[in-house]
Design a protein around this ligand. Structure first.
Ligand code: MG
Length: 154
């Protein structure tokens, strides 16, 4: 299941290294000598939770069905594809991940969702052939959760 999730991310052009960059941005200033290995181990620990895995796979499925025009409700499809401001359910799905890792994950998620660094900004801006409405929030939530896990471990 972990490999299935890593492959699903990579099929959407998201590498674990991209997520690691976001985690370092969130937690680097609080942990001196934060190693790449520590960051990666915490990302993998988050990705190993079944609830996280299902949120991730569901998000990618909803994005792909949307970009392929396979929603039954075409008005909903239009709103998801255009990531309209009041949609918000993409973020709610991502909270499902943050909730496992507590308040630090939630505040980090809010922060990273505002500044949209690196891969999150790239996903958010990529409206060419893709729908990433759900995935950008999932990547943010995984980053925020890995940062929280690091914080609690120190
Ligand atoms: Mg979104």
């Amino acid at each position: 299941m972990l490999n299935r999730c890593i492959n699903a991310l990579s099929s959407r052009d998201v590498k674990l290294e991209d997520i690691a960059e976001c985690v370092k941005l969130l937690q680097g200033k609080y942990i001196e000598d934060l190693s790449d290995e520590d960051v990666m181990n915490n990302i993998l620990a988050v990705l190993s939770k079944r609830e996280v895995q299902y949120a991730l796979l569901t998000a990618i499925e909803l994005d792909m069905l949307c970009e392929e025009g396979k929603y039954h409700d075409k008005e909903l499809e239009h709103d998801v594809l255009n990531d309209v401001g009041l949609y918000g359910i993409d973020e709610v799905l991502a909270y499902g991940i943050c909730n496992i890792y507590g308040s630090i994950a939630l505040t980090n998620f809010g922060y990273i969702d505002k500044i949209k660094p690196g891969i999150i900004g790239k996903l958010n801006d990529d409206h060419s052939l893709r729908c990433n409405t759900f995935l950008d929030d999932i990547v943010g939530a995984i980053s925020a959760s890995a940062a929280s896990r690091l914080a609690h471990g120190k």
